[in-house]
Unconditional design. Sequence first.
Length: 143
Amino acid sequence: MKRFTASLMIALFLGTLTAGSALAQRQRRMSPEQMKERMTAQIDETIAGLALTGDRAETVKLLLTNQAEKRIALQTGARPRGGQAGNEDRRAAMTAMREQMGALDEETLALLGDVLSEEELVKYAEIVQAQRPGRRRGNPNTQ
């Protein structure tokens, strides 16, 4: 009986630990609405950091908003969920998404190059880097 009770307690503990871990992982993922809110705040910070006003501020805001919507579409559409794909499929999807994000970053810089000066582009890159402090892999090619 003591063994059964001990086994049951261990099973309950491990089950709680696993469920808590899965819940925490789900909570870390943002919904598309949360992503949009975060990106909108970052766009506003970027415009303020660049000290843009008037038409230039509106042009940059529109451009960055359009690019953010593309980024959200990539993030929500390309990420396989949990048991839907094996590790290789998940890894391939994430690699493809990173490549698409890199291309999107380059496209954004090219579009901003038509609106911002050299100095403003350098400042933009600094602002974006500061907004992404959680970079794990430290890829120097990303913004």
